[in-house]
Ligand binder design. Structure first.
Ligand code: FAQ
Length: 306
């Protein structure tokens, strides 16, 4: 091991953060660019399924809360793109990777939002899963990523609560509302479990990620935390988790659960989910239509320099 590499690993082992100007192995840098950009793209593409319901929110309060949430996701994307740029890649390159399909984003955002209950399910389950993952990432070894996570987690917990509030209201509402809430849970449950990525044995990047403390917990460990927490929340509002194999295990003190359909996961991740094409087409359209804003801002900045 070369001297620099040893010093780098010693720092990680001592739980010190790596900062943009510190020496780092290329593989660490590229690993982070991949993960942080996937994370940033997820926040931005994740605005679409919820944005779809802003005009149809059932009350002014619900509309205001949803607008604030979607706006927060844009902010999260910006913090993450900035953290990623500190690794020596430009925003234009990152956007190009997303739009040409070279970079992934979370599987979950390729499912459609069919009813208002889906907005509840996204907040409760998708933000709930995101928080579990992101709370662990507050201790990630790359300083700018860890600091972005602290701020994002605070906002994300408000998002989770707004989703749970919607689900709780609907499951205590009319029979039709209860059915809508259960139907949303049925459709979003398994894709939410998939968000944590493949099982540890099949997770290509986990070994390096754990060695470099980019990840502090494995995919399966985080999935289990989310599951244990969420089953109890479903019980509280009278909803049924759509898994006949779900069972409390007295020995492990965790819930055992059924098999995840990994074929569905890979189909979605490889671009063949319900909404992949629509999501990317919308992103490209928004960028084309908004180019004048970017040009105007750049022209203004240039004028101020002179
Ligand atoms: N979707 O070896 P691993 C949010 C890919 S934020 C798509 O286990 P890794 C907020 C993976 O990239 C949600 N692809 O990979 C919000 C790799 O392929 P590659 C996003 C996935 O990186 C809420 C391959 O599978 N959060 O929701 C997924 O060690 C509501 C092998 O996998 C983050 O990104 C997936 N779910 O572990 C916004 C958190 N999982 O790159 C709006 C940060 C795996 O070699 C509304 N990221 N793949 O081509 C992470 O913690 C990790 O990257 C994992 C995956 C855990 C996602």
């Amino acid at each position: 091991m070369i001297k620099q590499e040893k010093e780098f690993q010693d720092k990680i082992d001592a739980d010190l953060t790596i900062e943009p100007k510190d020496w780092m192995p290329d593989k660490y840098r590229l690993h982070l660019i991949r993960q942080i950009s996937q994370h940033a793209h997820s926040e931005i593409i994740g605005m679409q399924p919820e944005g779809n319901w802003i005009t149809r929110a059932p009350s002014l309060r619900a509309k205001m809360v949803l607008i604030a949430k979607v706006q927060d996701e844009a902010g999260h994307g910006l913090y993450l793109y900035s953290a990623c740029e500190s690794l020596g890649i430009t925003r234009d390159e990152l956007i190009d990777q997303l739009q040409t399909g070279k970079a992934k984003y979370s599987n979950i955002f390729n499912y459609p939002t069919l009813s208002w209950a889906d907005i509840g399910a996204i907040g409760w389950l998708v933000d709930g899963a995101a928080i579990v993952n992101q709370q662990s990432l507050r201790g990630t070894s790359y300083g700018p990523y860890a600091r972005a996570m602290v701020r994002i987690c605070r906002e994300e917990s408000f998002h989770q609560r707004q989703g749970y509030e919607i689900m709780s209201k609907m499951s205590n509402g009319t029979k039709e509302q209860q059915q809508m809430a259960q139907d949303a849970l049925n459709r979003w449950w398994w894709p939410s479990l998939m968000m944590f990525g493949p099982h540890d044995a099949d997770s290509a990047h986990s070994s390096n990620a754990m060695k470099w403390k980019i990840k502090r917990e494995t995919n399966d460990a985080l999935r289990q935390i989310f599951l244990d927490r969420t089953v109890k929340q479903a019980d509280l509002i009278g909803l049924t988790i759509p898994d006949p194999d779900l069972k409390w295990n007295e020995k492990t003190k965790h819930y055992d659960f059924g098999k995840i359909d990994w074929d569905e996961f890979w189909k979605v991740v490889e671009g063949n989910g319900f909404c992949n094409k629509e999501r990317i087409a919308n992103h490209i359209k928004a960028h084309k239509e908004g180019i004048w804003v970017k040009q105007a801002a750049l022209a203004y900045a240039k004028k101020m320099e002179n």
